[in-house]
Design a protein around this ligand. Structure first.
Ligand SMILES: N[C@@H](CCC[C@H](N)C(=O)O)C(=O)O
Length: 257
């Protein structure tokens, strides 16, 4: 089988993206998914995204981590909106279904502003917060973020604290009143990625909840680029959450599978 693919990145979180509106892709074939995401034997990427038809919205995003597991991906969501725009499936805005439900997004140039689901049930512990922004996230403030071995320290927490299903692990350092540097260990990739959209969303909300910032327009410097998270807060719940930043096509190609 020859597969046509596109490669996208959102602040360095990179994805193999496939137009599956004709429903040809064998989604149960985990070996194929892991091969496509393999950086030596395949195309390479932190995950695979299928754009599909959806009866209730403009399209559906099926997201797979590079190990074949599934969850919500914020940067993937921004990239699939850019892909839908490139294909002519959407104009300047879109609604699409994902594993965590319906999302709204706008696109202007290569900037995608993606609405995330409301967040509540934030668990605050002395050393960290845990919350779900479509995917589960541990958020922990650290000193000397640049010197941290994120793969080693992230894996310890991912497996040690969260059992089999695990969590993504975000390490954070505050830069100023409304800006934070973030490095993320992603479950399903089992390594540090250059950016994680649901992760930086979790960081912005956790930092606001912990009182580290009073801003509702939080700036994040991820390793692969900058993102902005805006939100409202009502009775302990976070609503109107938007994740904004660049999403770009890098190249397209074909692979024999
Ligand atoms: N990179 C993603 C998150 C992808 C899912 C995550 N690895 C999980 O399995 O929970 C993002 O941008 O949000």
């Amino acid at each position: 089988m020859v597969l046509q693919f596109f490669k996208y990145q959102g602040t360095g979180n990179d994805f193999v993206v496939i137009d599956n509106r004709e429903d040809f892709f064998p989604k149960n074939n985990i070996t194929l998914i892991t091969k496509l995401c393999d950086r030596r034997f395949g195309v390479g990427g932190d995950g695979l995204i299928l754009l599909e038809n959806d009866p209730a919205s403009d399209f559906k995003m099926e997201y797979f981590n590079s190990d074949g597991s599934q969850s919500m991906c914020g940067n993937g969501g921004r990239c699939v909106v850019a892909f839908a725009h490139y294909l002519g499936v959407i104009g300047k805005d879109a609604t699409f279904n994902a594993i965590d439900g319906l999302h709204y997004a706008t696109i202007e140039g290569d900037i995608v502003n993606l609405k995330m689901n409301d967040v509540d049930g934030i668990k605050e512990k002395p050393a960290y917060s845990f919350l779900d922004t479509g995917s589960p996230h541990h958020v922990q403030l650290v000193q000397n973020l640049n010197d941290l071995d994120v793969k080693i320290e992230g894996a310890k927490l991912r497996y040690g604290l969260y059992g089999k299903s695990g969590s993504n692990i975000n390490f954070v350092e505050q830069s100023n009143a409304d800006t934070f540097k973030v490095r993320t260990y992603e479950r399903g990739v089992e390594d540090e990625t250059l950016s994680c959209g649901t992760g930086v969303t979790a960081v912005a909300i956790a930092m606001h909840k912990e009182g580290k910032t009073i801003s509702k327009n939080v700036k994040i410097n991820a390793v692969g680029g900058d993102l902005t998270i805006s939100f409202e807060q009502q009775n302990g719940s976070y609503t109107d959450i938007f994740l904004k930043g660049p999403a770009k096509q890098i190249y397209k190609g074909e692979i024999e599978c």
